[in-house]
Design a protein around this ligand. Structure first.
Ligand SMILES: O=C(O)CCCC[C@@H]1SC[C@@H]2NC(=O)N[C@@H]21
Length: 249
């Protein structure tokens, strides 16, 4: 089912599925079948939702599960920065429902509400060298309910009472993301990074960064031009591309 409304970003498609395996799988299928315009895919129910690091993503009814798939201009580096655009967009959209001061951004891809995880972002793409054929950005938001805690420090939390439906939340997120894309096209990563840093949790604080084969402790100093985390350690400034981060100290 394709729907249009006046508040929907121009030139962007929308497909809503009652039930599907995963909006990420559908994004891949659509891209490989010759996608011609950026398209949001919303699923009211997913049977094979997944998160980062191959984890299952639980999706109780009433929560948001959506993916935007498109053929981004620019190289793989620019594509990877889209997680920050989406984090900013999610914070903007969620701030229409809760006090903005309750929201925070956690590197690299999470949105926190009152210190718990309310939303996560997953990027998948097909690249050939530096060229990007397509990019899919998947978003899960605990609108109606929080799945059982999985033992992580940032336990899942839900938006709260009287949350929007996924169908109502989608246009707000789509508009906020389109605004981030316009900002990125006009001015590059600088203002995106600054907006993200303005709402980052842990900035200037002691943190622990867990990599597959090492753990580093230090102070979260900011982001570099590639979105890597800058960690001030007793041995000097470390640049970290991928890790699980937690409060330290
Ligand atoms: O690990 C994370 O925090 C990212 C979670 C991303 C989940 C969303 S739900 C919509 C889309 N479809 C999926 O299968 N995963 C993403």
């Amino acid at each position: 089912m394709t729907v249009l409304d006046e508040e929907w970003p121009a030139g962007v498609g929308r497909v809503v599925h009652d039930r599907i395996d995963s909006t990420m799988f559908e994004a891949r299928r659509m891209a490989e079948a010759g996608l011609t315009q950026p398209t949001w895919i919303l699923a009211l129910e997913q049977t094979a939702g997944h998160g980062r690091r191959g984890r299952a993503w639980r999706h109780p009814l009433g929560n948001f599960a959506g993916t935007i798939v498109f053929r981004p201009a620019g190289d793989a580096h620019a594509a990877g920065l889209r997680s920050f655009l989406m984090a900013n967009a999610l914070r903007t959209a969620l701030a229409e429902y809760v006090a903005p001061t309750r929201l925070g951004l956690k590197w690299p891809n999470d949105v926190l509400l009152d210190g718990g995880k309310v939303a996560g972002i997953l990027l998948e793409s097909r690249t050939a060298g530096a060229q990007v054929d397509w990019l899919a950005i998947g978003i899960g938001v605990n609108l109606a309910s929080a799945p059982d805690p999985d033992g992580s420090v940032f336990a899942p939390v839900a938006l709260g009472e009287a949350p929007p439906s996924p169908q109502e939340f989608l246009p707000r997120l789509a508009r906020a993301f389109a605004a981030q894309e316009a900002l990125f096209a006009a001015h590059g990563f600088g203002p995106i990074r600054q907006m993200w840093l303005d709402h980052a949790v842990m900035l200037g604080k002691p943190i622990v960064a867990r990599l597959p084969n090492a753990t580093h402790e230090g102070t979260f100093e900011g982001l570099d031009d590639d979105g890597n985390l800058l960690l001030r350690t007793p041995q000097g400034l470390r640049t970290i591309a991928a890790a699980e981060v937690h409060f330290g100290g």
